[in-house]
Design a protein around this ligand. Structure first.
Ligand code: UDP
Length: 436
């Protein structure tokens, strides 16, 4: 970038092309989706970086090299590169084991930037570990920071207790990032409250920018056609869950609700579960699939539960489209992209009343909110929808409209670029004030 960073003329922000370092240590846009450590953050990094590239900015996405065969640089889209940084062994590692590798990740970033001659206008940290790297770079190289956490340690600890495998220092690091970053991005009002309430963030530095859904990938399909393609029963009521198969997503709660429906009604409900480490459902690679199957067998509904394994984004509209209702009842959810995807496919969603879901699902309009860990409440809402095609149709239509109005990546990118501009203009104002 040449000359002044950003100017505000008559209240309008003018932003020259920027060079942005997107830091995302474990979540690469190139990773296959649906496994333990490849979900919403990968989608966010992919969509926002591409969108910024499409607006003339130059974005480098820095992620850990987790395969020996990966080239250092991969061109992702016009103006957007993925840069694989060597930090630790070039093989997959669980994200909770990456923290000790972050100094090496930071050094590899500096070495790359020197070699490449890249001068970044700002960095965009994703998740706490990259946030730490971003604030180090801010301190040492003066690169300002916009930070998005995607999930926070305090909420995780609250809900997972002893099962939380995050490194011990996580929360302290997050507190330091909240103090040091120039701007924080919250994905929904609940996350904003959490940053301010739990982490004492300065409200003036927290921008709420909800994430979105790619409607070229996620759009309505004909239900009968979707079921034919997937070899599913053309007549059975189908409840669909798409997402990572982890205890905190509480798919077991959905299995319990379907078991209740089987007992209380004569609806031959099927539960379609999409997600896992492999494309075939493998309880060894994905222990949660084993747990879900065991529970289904115990409750006498084994033949009503279909696990598919993971699928890639381009195929998912068929899975959402095959369902009558989509469901997601996590214990907690920082944002949650899958309900938006189901809504874009014209399906009502029943979700737990936690985190981002309380913002994205309009209760009683695009689906229903239910308390987490409450199979009876979920069963009641599912029953209501499955028994009433007109209600499903109405809510599915309202869901699609809501997406088109409020949840497009184009808007996210525009607001993110505006946030960068404000951040840089503010620094420029401060610099000229102190020079004058
Ligand atoms: N996903 C996928 N294939 C699968 C399962 C999930 O592509 O088999 C995607 C899903 O479509 C969504 C993301 O992974 O875009 C999950 O994001 P979400 O925000 O719902 O949850 P997170 O993974 O961030 O906890």
């Amino acid at each position: 970038m040449v000359g002044r960073i950003a100017t505000i003329d008559n209240g309008r922000l003018t932003l020259p092309p920027l060079r942005v370092a997107f830091l995302s240590e474990h979540a690469s846009p190139l990773a296959l989706r649906g496994g333990t450590d490849a979900g919403g953050q990968n989608v966010y990094v992919d969509e926002v970086a591409r969108g910024l590239g499409g607006r003339g900015h130059r974005v480098d996405i820095f992620t850990r090299r987790d395969g020996a065969e990966l080239p250092e640089i991969v061109a992702l889209a016009p103006g957007v590169r993925v840069v694989h940084l060597a930090a630790g062994p070039p093989s997959p590692l669980p994200k909770d084991e990456l923290w000790p590798l972050m100094p090496a990740f930071s050094d590899a970033f500096r070495a790359f930037a020197r070699r490449d001659g890249a001068r970044y206008d700002l960095s965009h940290g994703n998740f706490w570990m990259s946030g730490w790297v971003a604030t180090e770079l801010r301190r040492d190289l003066g690169i300002p920071v916009a930070q998005i956490f995607h999930a926070t340690g305090k909420t995780k600890r609250r809900h997972q207790g002893q099962a939380d495998t995050s490194p011990d220092g996580r929360i302290g690091i997050e507190e330091a990032i909240v103090r040091d970053a120039d701007r924080l991005i919250a994905q929904c009002p609940a996350e904003r409250d959490e940053l301010i309430g739990d982490y004492a963030a300065d409200p003036a530095r927290v921008a709420t920018i909800p994430s979105a859904v790619n409607t070229r990938l996620f759009h309505p399909t004909d239900r009968a056609e979707a079921r034919r393609r997937l070899g599913l029963d053309p007549h059975a009521p189908i409840v669909v869950y798409v997402g990572r198969m982890l205890p905190r997503k509480d798919v077991r709660n959905v299995v319990r609700a379907v078991a209740l429906l089987a007992k209380q009604t004569d609806l031959p409900v099927q539960l379609l579960l999409v997600g896992g480490e492999t494309t075939e459902p493998d309880p060894v690679a994905t222990p949660e699939i084993g747990e879900v199957r065991r529970l289904a067998a115990e409750l006498g509904i084994a033949d009503q539960v279909i696990c598919t394994g993971r699928r890639q984004p381009g195929e998912l509209h068929w899975y959402y489209g095959a369902g009558d209702v989509a469901v997601t009842t996590p214990w907690y959810e920082p944002f949650g992209l899958t309900p938006l995807e189901a809504m874009a496919c014209g399906r009502p969603v029943v979700g737990s009343a936690v985190g981002g879901l309380t913002y994205t699902i309009a209760d009683g309009v695009t689906g229903f909110l239910v308390p987490p860990r409450d199979p009876a409440a979920l069963a009641a809402r599912l029953h209501l929808l499955l028994a009433d095609p007109a209600l499903r149709e109405r809510m599915g239509g309202a869901a699609r409209d809501r997406i088109a109005r409020e949840f497009t990546w184009d808007t996210v990118v525009e607001r993110t670029a505006a946030l960068y501009g404000e951040l840089l203009a503010g620094r420029e104002r401060r610099a000229s004030a102190s020079a004058g």
